[in-house]
Design a protein around this ligand. Structure first.
Ligand SMILES: [Zn+2]
Length: 86
């Protein structure tokens, strides 16, 4: 019996911990990359950064990577590229 349904983001598996407070982990076999995050949302952001392209299913920027795409402004989406805001 599984504690959680398998969860993937953009084809990369996100594994939620069985123990509360333990980190969420993700692994990308193709590029031999992995990471840990505090939340599933944070893991999704890490995966977006790892892949280097906007999340096509991002509800904030609609996959453009720009938060304010309607005005053609170059504002990086905080969900896809939060480090560019630093
Ligand atoms: Zn986005």
């Amino acid at each position: 019996m599984q504690a959680h349904k398998p969860l993937t983001h953009r084809g990369i598996e996100i594994v939620r911990p069985d123990v509360p407070g333990a980190p969420v982990t993700w692994t990308h076999d193709e590029s031999n990359a992995r990471g840990t995050a505090e939340t599933v949302e944070a893991a999704r952001v890490q995966i977006n950064i790892h892949l280097g392209t906007p999340d096509p299913d991002c509800s904030s920027c609609n996959g453009t990577g720009k938060e304010d795409f309607a005005w053609l402004a170059y504002i990086p989406c905080p969900l896809c590229f939060p480090e560019e805001l630093a």
